[in-house]
Structures are given as C-alpha cells and as structure tokens.
Design a protein around this ligand. Structure first.
Ligand SMILES: Cc1ncc(COP(=O)(O)O)c(C=O)c1O
Length: 400
C-alpha cells in the first residue's frame, strides 16, 4: 500500500472502530412501486424509499422514458447552454413552473447542484447565509461554498433567526435557507414565520422542498403551497424530481429574473451535462399523474398516519411528523443499527440514521411511506415493532 493509502486505511479503521462505517445493500429486484424488494437473498418490504407516490415504475412513466430514449438517444450529449437542451427539457420547465405557480423554472441535474447554484449565485464574500441547523447536507454545503459569513440557527426557531437578522440590519445581501420538510425528521418548517422574518429584514429565502413536492398542498405543489405562500413570500423554491416524481433531477422555480440569473451564472448549471431528455420526458408524465391522481398523496399520508397511530399505541418514541417521513428516536447509534438489522431479519428494510447525518444521541430508525404500501404492510411492520419491543430491543427512554 502507498503512504497515501495507509493514511486512508487508518481513517477507515477509525470510522469502523467508532461504529460509523456505512455499507450499501445491493438490490436484486424491485417491484410493486418499489416496496417489494429482493436484497441479499431476502424478500422484504421496503420502508426506505423516497418514491412516495410510487411513480418510479409506473408503466406510463416507464413508457415515456423508453419512447424518448428511442427518439432522442440516452445521453443529452452536452450541457444545456451548448446543445443539450431540447424540447423535452424546455416543455418540462414550463410545466414545472405552472405546477408550482411560479413564473419560470430551471432544471438541474440534481438537487445538490441546484442548491449549490442558488447559494453561490446569491451570496458571496461579505454576504450572510443563515440556515436551519437541521437542513439537508446539500444546503449546508452550499452555504459553506459561498464564502459568505455562515451561521446556523436552532431548528425551527424563527425568533432566533429574527434576532440574527436584526443584528445584520443594513448589511448587504442575506440569504436564508431551509428545508420545507426536514429530510431526517419529517417535520415541516414554520414557513409563514420564516417568510415574514425574511421579508421584514430584506433577506432572500430559499425553501428546499425535496420532500414536500408532490406530497403536500392542495394540488401536490408542496409545503409552500400548503402554507398558502406565494412568490413574494418564498422567492426561491427548489424541488427535486428523484423523490415523489419518481424520476431524477431537480428544479429551481422563481421570478424570470432569478431564473435567468441562475442560467447565466450558476456554475453547476453551466458546466455539466444536461439531464437525459428521456428523464425529462418521464418527469412530464409523472407530473401529469400527480395532477390526475391525488389519491396517491392521500394514500401515502394515510399510511404514515396509520403507522404513527400504531407506534403511539406501542409507546415508542415517534418524532412529531405528519409527512411520509416517520422517524422513531432510538438515541444510541449501536441500538439504532441493531434495530435496523433485526427488522431486516424480519423482512422489513428500514435504515438506521446516525451521526454525522443527525446530531449525536439522536440516532433513529427512519421509516418512509409510499402510495404502494397497503394498510396490511403497515400493520405487519407494526407487529414486527411490537415483537422487538417485547424482546426488549428498544432502549428505555432516558429520564428528562
Ligand atoms: C432536502 C433535500 N435536498 C436536496 C437533496 C438532494 O437532491 P438530489 O438527490 O437530487 O441531489 C435531498 C436528497 O437527496 C434532500 O433530501
């Protein structure tokens, strides 16, 4: 081994010693809206996908993908500003803008890149970026990448944010970023209060609605729609297509000026290959299905509610979430991993989420629900949790 590899190996050994090594499970087959999976020789019910509306394997979405690949080829062949932007992308952008009631939308290859784009275009040295402490890693990384002064406020604490904004009065640019639905906790940000605080202090607000888009709101346009907030309240909306839309990619929606600025300046837009046109074509059908089949989001939320009620009846520590993301707080990392393994043995795939993804001492099981789960699937999961509880596998909550 080279000296460089020795150093890396020591780092890996350290991770392993701390019980923080991660590993991938290879899925051999995925069926029925992705909830029936064959993995490592075991058939399980998955409660870990973000394909909330079970659209990833919808026959119409798959057919749109195949037809577009036959027509356009698989790769887009270039970045959007060179020759990779075609009518599927252009039409999808128009349809997305309409779906979230914003003047214009811009497609990105991933949500991570979209967040980086917004942050680095709207903030730089001498500016201020303020973020909820539990924001998704892509938002935190984006904030740090700006080179601006960077601060995190306590989770959901708008008063703390207001205090910080008040101290920055008269400063030039301030950018506030928050998840709409927090990816590891499942709770919804206090969007109206955030929007008011930002408006009053002249700060720009970005809401990352990766987990609300398609699921929340009267027509599935997300947490911002649910909170009845418009463009003036939330001028920058980022949503991903790899979750409820069941495809891949992301978009930023906002004013025509904001979108044109991103198109002209965002390095993660300019210097990367455009999304495959077939992905755009498939996303267009997903969007249509979101519009035409509201029962999907209703069923997803009903499954999550059924789980929450069952968990409360079992006396387990559910976290306060009304979204398809339902975490059960465990506390210690090792206990969360052991529970995840025990569930896997019983035929349920539920990941343990631990530091650094979540703060130390808050390791958890993170269940996600989909329109493809049946009530019986949820009940079987609850039976498995009851069994583990009986076996004493859940640590007793510590006294406050
Ligand atoms: C809240 C949030 N924002 C952004 C992302 C990144 O999106 P993408 O997977 O498209 O990079 C994710 C998850 O992947 C997420 O959960």
């Amino acid at each position: 081994m080279s000296r460089a590899d020795d150093t890396l190996a020591a780092g890996l050994a350290e991770l392993a010693a701390a019980g923080r090594s991660r590993r991938r499970r290879t899925v051999a087959a995925r069926q029925h809206g992705g909830v029936r999976v064959s993995v490592e020789g075991r058939e399980c019910i998955a409660f870990c996908s973000n394909d909330y509306l079970a659209l990833a394997d919808h026959p119409r979405v798959v057919e749109a993908f195949c037809a577009a690949a036959r027509r356009w080829g698989v790769g887009s062949g270039a970045s959007h500003l060179v020759s990779g932007h075609d009518t599927e992308h252009a039409t999808l952008e128009e349809e997305l803008a309409e779906f979230v009631a914003r003047p214009r939308a811009l497609l990105f290859s991933t949500g991570y890149m979209a967040n980086l784009a917004v942050a680095t275009v709207l903030a730089g040295r001498g500016d201020h970026v303020l973020e909820d402490r539990l924001n998704h890693a892509s938002l935190l990384d984006a904030g740090l990448a700006t080179g601006a002064r960077f601060a995190r406020f306590r989770h959901g604490d708008v008063v703390a944010l207001q205090g910080r904004l008040a101290r920055l009065e008269g400063q030039t640019r301030k950018l506030v970023m928050s998840d709409g639905v927090f990816s590891m906790d499942g709770d919804v940000a206090p969007l109206r209060e955030l929007a008011d605080a930002c408006r009053h202090s002249g700060a720009q607000l970005l809401v990352d609605d990766a987990h609300g888009f398609g699921v929340l709101g009267a027509t599935g346009a997300g947490s911002v729609q649910e909170a009845q907030l418009g463009l003036v309240d939330v001028p920058i909306l980022m949503c991903t297509l790899g979750k409820a839309a069941g495809t891949f990619g992301a978009f930023v929606a906002g004013s025509a000026t904001l979108i044109e600025t991103l198109l002209q300046r965002a390095r993660t837009y300019i210097y990367t290959t455009a999304l495959p046109p077939a992905v755009a074509a498939a996303s267009r059908v997903s969007l249509q299905l979101m519009r035409d089949e509201p029962w999907r989001r209703t069923r997803t939320l009903e499954n999550a509610a059924r789980f929450r009620a069952g968990v409360a009846a079992l006396g387990l520590r559910a976290m306060p979430s009304r979204t398809p993301i339902q975490p059960l707080l465990v506390g210690a990392e090792a206990a969360a991993v052991a529970l995840s393994e025990a569930l896997f043995e019983l035929g349920f795939w539920v990941p343990a989420i631990r530091p650094p993804t979540v703060p130390a001492g808050t390791s958890r099981l993170r269940f996600t629900f989909s329109a493809a789960h049946s009530a019986e699937d949820v009940d079987r999961l609850l039976d498995a949790l009851a069994l583990l509880r009986q076996r004493g596998s859940f640590p007793e909550p510590e006294a406050p």
